[in-house]
Unconditional design. Sequence first.
Length: 116
Amino acid sequence: MSINFNRASLLAAAVLCFAAPLVHAVDEEAAKSLARQNNCFKCHAIDKDKDGPAWKKVAEKYKGKADAEAHLINHVTSGEKAKFPDGHEEEHKIVKTSPPKDAAQVKNLVDWILSL
């Protein structure tokens, strides 16, 4: 019986070791800072709609969708059209980072939004 326990323990440890690099901790302060630098809070708030949807509403909309992160990264980096409450459309502002086009910063912002 102790052999099975040891094997199970080793298997669990191995799974954790390989899964650990896949876990991405969100840096909330860095995400909020990037959002402030890009004036995202002008159109979005965490929990109430403005010209853009509340980020909690965005997180709910994409919860459980495998392509959520990729879709939102594309949305904030491509300038695709955004719809406004009055029905008009404008190109979404492209998030700028320092250094330029830092994918990790954009990913952190999107992951933070999705975590709300």
